[in-house]
Design a protein around this ligand. Structure first.
Ligand code: E4P
Length: 222
């Protein structure tokens, strides 16, 4: 299982990174635009925070087949572990088909339907990103789409790994983990919630009080 953060907030990522088994970071053009930071500077800063093994899923902004293919090749010239994110619309699927002939590492993104994910998987996409919460918001069943897609990938033994995106609560994350998906990308607030359990904090507070009442500042081995 790979866990990513879906953010360009370097300070926020730095804050969560030590407690997370973090594979890397995903972005999209909206997230990039909100930060206003260019890709090279962003990935340099993130590498300082995450370390040399961070993997970065970076989305193309071209929308034509030729444009996507050229942009993907340029992205891979950067000195980082980059997976090229390509929307699974018609032009994107054509570009994915072309790029996989050269074994370019890529992720098919903005997946709303099982059939769309299947097309990208059959072209050999390394990762597939269904947009769970956005599917729910359309009146469909995001977890159901993820379950069906995972089932088909397993049944046809396709190489693609589901990297589920667009979460709005922890329960959605747990539901797709139960399905055995290969990866998730989390907004910072959801990751923070996963790392924080108030009942545990309360329990630890009581342990400290009880210990100090008898042993003051002695440590456990003293
Ligand atoms: C990730 O790759 C997607 O771009 C992102 O998770 C979409 O999430 P949103 O629906 O919260 O914008």
């Amino acid at each position: 299982l790979e866990i990513y953060l879906d953010s360009t907030d370097v300070a926020g990522i730095k804050n969560l990174c030590p407690a997370l088994p973090l594979a890397g970071v995903t972005t999209n053009p909206s997230i990039m635009a909100a930060s206003g930071v260019g890709l090279y500077d962003l990935l340099t800063a993130l590498t300082e925070v995450i370390g040399p093994h961070g993997r970065y899923h970076v989305q193309v902004v071209n929308n034509t087949v030729e444009g996507i293919v050229a942009e993907a090749r340029k992205l891979l010239e950067l000195p980082f572990d980059i997976i090229v994110k390509i929307p699974a619309h018609t032009a994107g699927l054509s570009a994915i088909k072309q790029l996989k002939k050269d074994n370019i590492p890529l992720l098919a993104t903005a997946i709303y339907t099982v059939q769309q994910g299947m097309m990208a998987a059959l072209h050999g996409a390394d990762y597939l990103a269904p947009y769970l919460n956005r599917i729910d918001n359309q009146g469909s069943d995001g977890v159901g789409v993820v379950a069906d897609l995972q089932g088909m990938i397993d049944r046809y033994q396709l190489p693609g790994k589901l990297l589920v995106a667009s979460f709005k609560n922890v329960n959605q994350v747990l539901q797709v983990l139960k399905l055995g998906v290969g990866a998730v990308t989390l907004p910072l607030d959801i990751a923070q919630q996963i790392l924080t359990t108030p009942a545990t904090d309360t329990a630890v507070e009581k342990f400290s009080l009880d210990w100090q009442a008898t042993f003051a500042n002695k440590l456990s081995f003293e």
